[in-house]
Design a protein around this ligand. Sequence first.
Ligand code: NAD
Ligand code: GLY
Length: 389
Amino acid sequence: MSKIVKIKINRPASSYRISVGSGTLASAGTWAQNALKKGGGKIVVVSNPTVFKLYGEQCESSLLQAGFTVTTFLMKDGEVHKSLRTAESALKAFSEAGLTRTDAVVALGGGVVGDLVGFAAAMYLRGVAFLQIPTTLLAMIDSSVGGKTGVNSAFGKNLIGAFHQPSGVLIDVSTLATLPSREVTAGFCEMIKHGVIAGKPLLKRTDELLEKYPIAEFAEHLENRNFRSEISNLIASNVEFKAEVVAGDEFESAEKIDARSRKILNFGHTLAHALEKVTNYRHFKHGEAVGYGILFAAELSKSLALCDTKVVNLLYDVVHRIGTLPSLAGIDATEVIEAFRFDKKNISGSLQMVLLKGLGRPVIVSQRDIPTKAFHTNLENFLQKRPGA
Ligand code: NAD
Ligand code: GLY
């Protein structure tokens, strides 16, 4: 059971396939041969100890069987390790493995591993091929697709990076059975983000799946063949949507500000990145912060008369279906506003925010065009209301 989504970017070397299914990891070797268009050669598998213990052996033995010479590099687990220092260690590991320009790197793990490996692969010998095997829901529907790679630094999140498309993405939904529940919630937050900007049909499918299969028993549902098939299809639809947006604006052009600009994928991320920064990346999972970001962007849109209360209420309903988000207690609005200044969506001194005219109708608004008082009042009210609790 496997579904193929093809991402077609208008540069021949940048088109690749995203395979979605259950049990696909067992054939990682033949999949890698197809994605890299060759058998044999060196591969460095980068993962972290948590993921590698669960899926490393299966992945590597399949690659070995397919004729690849495999070396492993394990980075430490956690957002704080998505850093230049870790990237440098990865580069050292690539060099020690004797990786050449015709070899490849595999990212086995969540978005942290994927972003870091993609960035290291972009830098090593000015670019070697890399393959994504995402093992979190968030990485499956979002970070493994589209070629944004990078690391965090003292001055902000993801501010150092490169566009480097993978040569292929292999999604095995059965790996989600071991995912901690907060990570499942975080992944669904990004899925809701896609639904909101893509339009009602995708959001409705997400909501219906969550209604039919309550998130509290997510791991148990994965034992059910029908669920595995339904979640695979939903993941594939999310990937299809993202692929379409990326294909139209691969490098997130500064000038492109229409409703199909890649910037729309940042819906909910302005507040999310600021929340992560002011809590030193330790309090929220990235997706959880996006959950709050979506609600804040919707509230702000309503207060600017861009969208109506119905849309905001609908978003609260869907977000509540995916569990409780970590508390916003103690988060200071002034610090959050200061963190916005370093957001990478800041163009020529003004923050670019994605707001909402309705479902499937994102709109990019310069913060200059949002009255400062309205912005601050909305933020203070939002933080005080603590909507996720
Ligand atoms: P993560 O990579 O930190 O993974 C979350 C946790 O789950 C980790 O502890 C990891 O070891 C563990 N884990 C992973 N797979 C597992 C499995 N199958 N079973 C058990 N445990 C497992 O977090 P994430 O949410 O996957 O990724 C977040 C990162 O992705 C952030 O750094 C964010 O900036 C980035 N991101 C990038 C893009 C992009 O377009 N490049 C898009 C969205 C998010
Ligand atoms: N996650 C935002 C993007 O890929 O553009």
